[in-house]
Design a protein around this ligand. Structure first.
Ligand SMILES: *[C@@H]1O[C@H](CO)[C@@H](O)[C@H](O)[C@H]1NC(C)=O
Ligand SMILES: *[C@@H]1O[C@H](CO)[C@@H](O)[C@H](O)[C@H]1NC(C)=O
Ligand SMILES: *[C@@H]1O[C@H](CO)[C@@H](O)[C@H](O)[C@H]1NC(C)=O
Ligand SMILES: *[C@@H]1O[C@H](CO)[C@@H](O)[C@H](O)[C@H]1NC(C)=O
Ligand SMILES: *[C@@H]1O[C@H](CO)[C@@H](O)[C@H](O)[C@H]1NC(C)=O
Ligand SMILES: *[C@@H]1O[C@H](CO)[C@@H](O)[C@H](O)[C@H]1NC(C)=O
Ligand SMILES: *[C@@H]1O[C@H](CO)[C@@H](O)[C@H](O)[C@H]1NC(C)=O
Ligand SMILES: *[C@@H]1O[C@H](CO)[C@@H](O)[C@H](O)[C@H]1NC(C)=O
Length: 464
């Protein structure tokens, strides 16, 4: 559905100068259109609220003032806040409902390295403690909780987390609170994050948690490949997530699907379910293109990934779990992967360890079943597969079909190293392990043909 260009709504104009300024902005934006889950009736520019785009002045107050001001339009068609070209230094700020943050081309949001600009938050209930340190955590640069209908988008504007400060601190073991993420949205419904370049997050980049109906599109995410825990996109205890057309270079997993940690995740009990990933490109030499876990104690089910590409990446889709996690990873479908320079094509780890504390239940065994991979080509591979279940808790229902793996000069002798797993294979080279025998039926591994509700959601064309 296309909306005709909207008139400009000038909000709370107090002087003629501001009126003229706003009209000028309005003319400058004319013709800029963008896709979004919802368009907004009201529009304002960061400079209306005292924003200074010199790369030195803190805009934390300008963002807070702007967003609290625009939150009053939630019940009147919502509002969008435009970040114009310039360098906008800021600390953490909170979003509001029925709201769009739009970064124009040439807009660069720079994260402050002053810790007093990052308020502390309590630890996540499904984790029980912070990831870097047991106590609280810093709130993310862009944070939202208990929201409905939030869009963070732009004409490929940039958000730079300036993470080097935090990486050094982390490596020197000086983090007393868990490092901030770049964008975190909690307990929310209807979220879009799209058409942006995200750089150098202090830790994870995009973290939707306890949320539903999430669309992530057209993100370019880049961090140094040796930066600690710079995961790209981590849907965590979320329902209905669609991730498309993203390009990710990072020091950790490009996408990590999660759902809570050991006894805390089991108690919280919120799975991640119905995830679609398509047209992902990943470079991550020491991590996975898509990881499931290691925190998966609330369960992960129904993930569909297709047309995915990894270059110089440790593994393609990796399941990471451990005794004590409980939960499950089931109904996982991957179709169409092109892989270049991989340590492992297939990797499942049942002994990941990494517990929040000693209170985990040694009888809480994860259930890993219904794992379907088909139509993979890979070249320059060291190991075809390392598939390690848990003794007395074998991982079952693994299906791998139509896979062509070309090995590197450094290839290892044992190409398929399988323990405590069961399943079938068809048309796979090099020849798989005995635990995954050739199946006789003529079908490839399944990939669902039904459309998930999040896939039917169409974006509207909005204008500035
Ligand atoms: C919004 O900001 C304008 C100034 O830009 C101000 O005049 C107006 O009172 C503010 N409105 C609210 C609801 O805070
Ligand atoms: C954002 O909201 C959270 C939770 O309501 C609060 O603790 C935090 O201080 C807020 N952050 C900012 C920057 O205002
Ligand atoms: C946000 O929602 C959660 C879950 O419904 C609730 O426990 C929490 O109190 C809410 N927080 C706020 C600030 O409303
Ligand atoms: C955002 O990206 C989509 C493709 O992912 C493209 O169709 C659209 O034109 C882009 N919008 C802007 C404002 O750049
Ligand atoms: C967005 O910007 C990044 C970094 O400058 C660039 O690599 C990418 O190609 C751009 N994406 C689009 C859709 O223009
Ligand atoms: C980091 O700190 C923790 C707890 O304070 C300690 O157990 C650990 O040995 C330290 N590591 C290094 C490398 O200093
Ligand atoms: C093949 O992989 C090795 C690492 O195993 C790497 O050093 C080499 O550059 C890769 N070759 C090509 C042609 O990509
Ligand atoms: C096979 O996998 C097991 C379990 O992951 C590991 O301990 C062992 O070292 C591997 N063997 C080889 C030869 O790689």
């Amino acid at each position: 559905m296309k909306h005709s260009p909207k008139p400009c709504y000038v909000i709370g104009v107090i002087s003629v100068v501001v009126i003229l300024g706003s009209v000028a902005e309005c003319r400058r934006f004319n013709g800029i259109e963008y896709p979004a889950i919802n368009c907004r009736k009201h529009s304002a520019v960061l400079t209306d609220f005292g924003g200074v785009g010199d790369g030195k002045t803190s805009n934390t107050k300008a963002f807070k003032y702007a967003i609290s001001n625009l939150s009053h339009y939630a019940s009147d068609g919502g509002a969008q806040l435009v970040v114009p070209p310039g360098k906008w230094l800021t600390g953490s700020f909170n979003l509001t409902s029925y709201f769009t943050l739009f970064l124009q081309k040439g807009a660069l949001i720079l994260a402050s390295q002053d810790e007093s600009e990052w308020p502390p938050l309590p630890v996540l209930p499904s984790y029980g403690r912070g990831r870097d340190a047991p106590d609280g955590r810093f709130s993310s640069l862009i944070f939202g909780t208990n929201l409905t209908d939030v869009v963070i988008t732009g004409a490929n504007g940039t958000i730079d987390g300036q993470g080097s400060y935090w990486w050094t601190k982390f490596k020197q073991n000086q983090t007393k609170l868990t490092r901030p993420y770049l964008i975190e949205i909690m307990y929310s419904n209807q979220i879009q994050i799209s058409n942006l370049t995200l750089l150098n997050s202090p830790s994870w980049f995009v973290h939707p948690i306890y949320s539903s109906n999430i669309i992530i599109q057209g993100l370019t995410i880049v961090a140094p490949v040796d930066s600690p825990n710079t995961d790209g996109i981590n849907p965590d205890s979320c329902r209905n997530t669609r991730i498309e057309d993203c390009y990710i270079v990072s020091g950790d997993d490009c996408i990590a699907v999660k759902s809570g940690w050991d006894e805390y995740g089991i108690k919280f009990g919120k799975p991640t379910e119905h995830v679609i990933i398509r047209r992902l490109t990943c470079i991550s030499p020491d991590s996975a293109m898509i990881a499931l876990g290691s925190e998966m104690s609330g369960g992960i089910r129904d993930m569909r990934a297709e047309d995915i590409t990894a270059i110089n990446t440790q593994s393609a889709v990796r399941i990471k779990t451990a005794i004590g996690r409980g939960g499950y990873v089931k109904d996982i479908f991957v179709k169409g992967a092109q892989l270049h320079t991989m340590k492992y094509v297939f990797w499942i780890t049942g002994s990941y360890g990494s517990h929040p504390d000693n209170g985990f239940d040694p009888n809480a065994l994860p259930q890993i079943t219904g794992i379907n991979y088909r139509d993979f080509t890979a070249d320059n591979v060291t190991y075809s597969a390392r598939l390690e279940g848990i003794s007395k808790d074998p991982f079952s229902g693994i299906c791998i079909s139509n896979v062509d793996i070309r090995l590197s000069q450094e290839k290892k002798k044992l190409q398929w190293n399988c323990t405590d797993v069961s399943g079938v294979t068809k048309n796979v080279t090099p020849q798989p392990c005995d635990l995954l025998p050739l199946k006789t039926e003529a079908h490839d591994c399944p990939y669902p043909t039904d459309k998930l509700p999040i896939d039917r959601l169409q974006l509207q064309t909005c204008s500035l």
